[in-house]
Structure formats: structure tokens, C-alpha cells
Design a protein around this ligand. Structure first.
Ligand SMILES: Nc1nc2c(ncn2[C@@H]2O[C@H](COP(=O)(O)OP(=O)(O)OP(=O)(O)O)[C@@H](O)[C@H]2O)c(=O)[nH]1
Ligand SMILES: [Mg+2]
Length: 293
């Protein structure tokens, strides 16, 4: 049997479930997920493979039409370069008619001549009868390889999507070693777990003004927990107060939520030390943003 492989970018509007879908496809929690839009800031590679194919899946930030600061520009760049690197794309949408974002993205896919599969996610939230007119509308505006309704949350339809993806890949050797799961180091995944907890726990602009930096990740001996020291950068003094909370209760809760997931990832006990630092206007500083993207 001919082996197939290639890069597949997961693209779409913010909050449609691209990261949830990546995690469901690879069967591991690699990419962070939240109920708030624009959670993902980085293109993240997750590798799905078996004896017949290797799909190098790239999760991407939700589409942003206009950049307001260096972070927005960097996020849009992550999406653009993931598309440029990809053999095919999966356009992830919610079960509703195409809007401006979807039309814009389809235009980009056409211009770049990237073949794409339309994945209608969150079908657990609508009745089947609502899907047909949506499928109809999408098939009128673009010639997709296929249109696959799924629920990334409960894996419904995901095996159909995997088959279609695998069939659309080129016949070629694997790109990555068979034991590789992602292209990001553990320290990146740790910083993202902490950022996810910030997204879950804080409201308004706070999660959007947070960047997490891992200062150290040290092995302390077989029977001792690894020491992880992380700095949570915020943009203003008042955000620092909110993040820390009364007597440090809020930041302590971030640590409590993040630790079990980090321990699962590391396969070891860890001790997590969190520091909050004001880095004024960091989103406007391209040097800082580049280091954290
Ligand atoms: N009901 C339902 N909710 C889903 C499904 N997939 C994802 N979600 C929820 O949708 C929200 C957004 O999910 P994400 O995976 O973070 O979405 P995303 O497209 O990566 O979002 P950005 O990174 O912000 O662009 C979360 O609350 C998920 O739990 C699904 O199949 N069904
Ligand atoms: Mg995401």
C-alpha cells in the first residue's frame, strides 16, 4: 500500500473549535481550548499517524481581519504561514451560513489554490435538518474536496474526516519520525496550559493582555518534583492586582488548576512557582511579541 503524508492547516473563525478538533484528531490535549474567542496565538503542529498515513496538522489562530497591535499582526502571520506550508486545508466552521470571515478565508484558499475540506463542527448543537441548507450554501460558493459535519467535542463524524484527510494527502514518505507528536517543546506546552487557566479564570481584557514565559524547568532528583518557574506578564498595574487577587488567592488558583495537567504532560510531579510582572504595553512591542510567539 502507498504511504501518504502532508501538512494540513486547520483554519477558521475564532472559537469554532479548531483546537478542540486538533486535540480530538491526535487523541492528546496539545492545544489549549477556551470558551473565549482568540485563545490560540501560535500555529501548533499535532501529528496524526498510522501504518497508512501521516497527517501533520497545524492548528492556527482564529482569523483576524484587522491587526490592532503587534500581537494581532503576529497571530495573522502564524495563520498565513501555516496556510503557505500546507498541502491542504480544513476550513472549520460552525453550523450556520457562511459570514464575512468564511467568505474571506475561502477567497484566500482560492487565490493560493489550496484544496480544502469543509468541516462543519458543533453539530451536537443543531438538529440534522438545519445542516442541509448550510451544506448547500457552502457548496455553492466553493468546490470543497468534501463537506464533513462533525462534533469535535464528542468525536461524532471525526472518523469520516480522518478518512477524507488521509485520502487527500500525497503519496510520499513520512515527514516526521513515527514517535513524534508535535513540534513544540514541553516548556511551550506548559506555558500554554498556564495561559489556558488564565483564559478560564479571568474576564474582560485580562486574558488577552497576558503572556506566559517559562523561566526554568529543572529536574531536582528522582524522588523530588521538577521545579517550574513561570512569569505571567500583564500590561498594567491594575491587571497585576486582578491576577494576584486578594492575598494571592486568584494566582494560587491558577497554579492549582494548571498543576495536574502539567504533571500529566511531564509524567512527573512538579512544583509550580508563578510570578506576575507588569510589562507595559507588551502587545505593541514587536521584539517581546516575537519572543513569545
Ligand atoms: N458544543 C460543542 N462545543 C464545542 C465543540 N468543539 C469545540 N467546542 C467549544 O467551542 C469553544 C471554542 O473551542 P476552541 O477549540 O478553543 O476553538 P478555536 O477555534 O480553537 O478558537 P480560537 O483559538 O480562539 O480561534 C470551547 O468552549 C469548546 O469547548 C463541539 O463539537 N461542540
Ligand atoms: Mg484555538
Amino acid at each position: 500500500m502507498d504511504f501518504r503524508s502532508g501538512y494540513i492547516a486547520l483554519v477558521g473563525r475564532a472559537n469554532v473549535g479548531k483546537s478542540t478538533l486538533l486535540n480530538t484528531l491526535v487523541g492528546e490535549k496539545l492545544s489549549i481550548v477556551s470558551a473565549k474567542p482568540h485563545t490560540t496565538r501560535h500555529a501548533l503542529l499535532g501529528i496524526l499517524q498510522n501504518d497508512a498515513f501521516q497527517a501533520a496538522l497545524l492548528d492556527t489562530p482564529g482569523y483576524l481581519k484587522l491587526g490592532r497591535d503587534q500581537l494581532d499582526i503576529a497571530m495573522s502571520h502564524q495563520l498565513k504561514s501555516a496556510l503557505a506550508d500546507s498541502d491542504i486545508a480544513i476550513l472549520v466552521v460552525e453550523p450556520r451560513s457562511p459570514g464575512e470571515v468564511e467568505t474571506d478565508l475561502i477567497k484566500q484558499l482560492k487565490e493560493a489554490r489550496i484544496e480544502s475540506i469543509l468541516c462543519i463542527n458543533k453539530i451536537d448543537t443543531v438538529s440534522k435538518s438545519r445542516l442541509l441548507p448550510i451544506i448547500q450554501k457552502y457548496s455553492e460558493i466553493h468546490d470543497f474536496i468534501d463537506i464533513v459535519p462533525v462534533s469535535a467535542a464528542n468525536s461524532d463524524g471525526v472518523s469520516v474526516l480522518i478518512n477524507q484527510m488521509a485520502n487527500s494527502l500525497k503519496i510520499q514518505e513520512p515527514i516526521f519520525p513515527s514517535n513524534q507528536l508535535t513540534n513544540r517543546p514541553p516548556s511551550f506546552l506548559v506555558s500554554e496550559i498556564i495561559r489556558e487557566k488564565v483564559f478560564e479564570q479571568y474576564e474582560d481584557e485580562v486574558p488577552y493582555d497576558v503572556a506566559v514565559e517559562i523561566e526554568s524547568f529543572d529536574y531536582k532528583g528522582t524522588n523530588k518534583p521538577d521545579l517550574i518557574q513561570a512569569t505571567i506578564h500583564v500590561a498594567t498595574n491594575s491587571q497585576k492586582k486582578v491576577l494576584i487577587g486578594r492575598s494571592g488567592a486568584a494566582i494560587k488558583q491558577v497554579g492549582i488548576s494548571a498543576r495536574p495537567e502539567i504533571e500529566t504532560l511531564a509524567g512527573r510531579r512538579i512544583y509550580l512557582e508563578l510570578w506576575v510582572k507588569v510589562t507595559q504595553n507588551w502587545k505593541k512591542k514587536s521584539g517581546f511579541v516575537q519572543r513569545h510567539i
